[in-house]
Write a new protein. Structure first.
Length: 527
């Protein structure tokens, strides 16, 4: 059963290998650690630092784990993009192994049969399994979160405090709400004292803080605590709202139902079945409620709570299945609850296909590597949309090509931009204004489509269809002969226009001269 989880996680990775803008810092950092090593001046964050700094601790750890395999693949002549699979796979293992330890704690608490249901429910859900290999800051924190939950269920408070402290200080400050809620429950139940907390938390917190300051100050070239700056920017200054806001209850009516899929209907059933479940799951709900006060919301911000929520779902499935032989109605519930896992898998497959269409930038750069030879002298400009939807340094596989991500190119109307041999340009169609400055000097090789909308058509099967639309156009500069011809034509056209202008001016001057002569004649007559 545990092997199935690894297989599903890596299936997600293989089906959607590209990364998006939210993962940009970590994926670029892992690339630079592996390929630039001590040459910090060539690191991506030096050129594109982002709005707030992020810690290098996660990328550094994953890169060290990945480095033997990256070295081996490079020696075998495998392309650099394979290294992105490796680092994402290594990150996935960093989450899966602590998750298995957390499973062991669940098994000791609820039993083996319960744990099997819990594992099945988790594997069938899309978001947790999809995020598991993605280098998001939230997922960098996930191994520590799972180890902290494992320690909590085992009543190992020292390791719980250390793991939770590391996840808060290094990666995600909002986890203070999550683990702070658990600590309050521990105090109320008398399982932990404040003195014990202080004795462990103060020295551990000091060491953890010094660790991130030391490592990240070296990489960033200035004294800083990255997560401290992130907290100040997002929470104190509330600048995260610039990326959009959602209603207060959005996590409850949108994020949790999407994250749990059909399992969400069994969540209240499991909570009513077992009071032990309520005590464990309640901190997750309190965390989500408290975090709802921050206007900017994303599902990944509460991903840590899903391992708790699924306990209630597993409880509902476990009890319904065990009692299925007691009556016909119980049998109906037993098989019905079990069937929801199949529905989850169907929903997962659907969302996975939606996700695959969300990386036009990754598809575009992969396509251009097939359209142009590795031996060509290529200078490729990568626009913002491409950089945000799949292009990373791992995808820049040819060392002799020059990849340029200059933002806000100043393109003056009627002037040519010949610096780049190829370009990736965001546009909705070949007639878009975005492409107008390039029409005289560039040819369109291909257009790459991305996700547009979900369309319902009851005359087809399946009735739900994923619609795509053009998003990125691949351009290639016209050859020198064509450009020379166009330039000569332009000169002739300008000369013709100039002659027409000169003739017009001459005619106007003659007209003005005639008017002046008529005026003079009139004056002579009057006098």
């Amino acid at each position: 059963m545990k092997e199935l989880m690894s297989m599903v996680a890596f299936a997600h990775l293989l089906y959607c290998p590209y990364t998006k803008v939210e993962e940009s810092f970590n994926v670029q950092a892992m690339h630079d650690i592996l390929y630039h090593r001590f040459n910090l001046s060539d690191y991506d964050h030096k050129e594109f630092p982002g709005v707030v700094p992020r810690t290098f601790i996660g990328p550094l750890f994953v890169s060290l784990l990945s480095s033997p395999f990256v070295i081996l693949f490079n020696a075998l002549g495998m392309g650099k993009f394979w290294s992105q699979y490796i680092v994402r796979g290594a990150l996935g293992l960093c989450v899966i192994i602590p998750f298995f330890k957390y499973l062991n704690s669940i098994e000791s608490y609820f039993g083996k049969s319960f744990t099997k249901w819990y594992l099945l429910v988790t594997i069938s859900q899309y978001h947790f399994m999809y995020y598991l290999t993605r280098p998001l800051p939230n997922i960098m924190a996930m191994p520590l979160v799972l180890l902290a939950l494992h320690s909590w269920l085992r009543r190992r408070h020292r390791s719980f405090i250390i793991f939770s402290g590391a996840s808060i200080i290094w990666f995600r400050g909002e986890l203070a709400l999550f683990f702070g809620t658990i600590l309050i429950f521990e105090f109320i139940n008398g399982w932990l004292t404040i003195n014990r907390l202080i004795k462990v938390a103060v020295p551990a917190g000091f060491i953890l803080l010094c660790t991130t300051i030391l490592i990240d100050s070296i990489f960033w070239g200035r004294l800083l605590w990255p997560e401290g700056e992130v907290l100040w920017f997002n929470t104190i200054l509330n600048k995260s709202k610039d990326w959009g806001t959602s209603p207060f209850l959005w996590y409850f009516y949108s994020a949790i139902p999407r994250g749990m899929a059909f399992s969400v209907f069994l969540l209240p059933v499991g909570l009513l079945n077992d009071t032990k479940i309520i005590k464990i799951v309640l901190p997750g709900f309190i965390f989500v409620f408290l975090y709802s006060f921050l206007p900017h919301k994303e599902l990944r911000f509460i991903i840590y709570a899903f391992p708790l929520f699924n306990l209630a779902v597993a409880s509902a499935c476990h009890q319904a299945w065990n009692n299925r032989e007691k009556s016909k109605i119980r049998k109906l519930f037993g098989y019905g609850f079990a069937a929801h896992i199949g529905l989850n898998f169907i929903f997962t497959i659907f969302l996975l296909n939606v996700a695959k269409a969300n990386y036009p930038g990754g598809v575009a750069i992969a396509r251009i590597h097939r359209l142009a030879s590795s031996n060509e002298n290529v200078t490729l400009h990568i626009d913002n949309l491409s950089a945000q939807t799949g292009v990373s340094r791992f995808t820049q596989i040819y060392s002799n090509w020059r990849y340029d991500k200059t933002e806000n190119l100043k393109i003056i109307e009627n002037e040519t931009l010949l610096e780049f041999s190829h370009m990736l340009v965001e546009a909705k169609s070949k007639y878009s204004l975005n492409l107008k400055p390039f029409r005289k000097t560039y040819d369109i090789l291909e257009s790459i489509e991305g996700f547009s909308q979900i369309h319902l058509n009851y005359n087809m099967f399946p009735p739900i269809q994923i619609k795509t639309k053009p998003m990125i156009f691949i351009l290639k500069r016209k050859n020198e002969k064509t450009l020379k011809t166009l330039e000569n034509m332009g000169k002739k056209l300008n000369l013709k226009k100039r002659n027409e202008t000169d003739e017009g001016v001459e005619t106007l001057e003659k007209f003005e001269k005639n008017v002046e002569e008529i005026k003079n004649d009139k004056n002579d007559v009057v006098s």
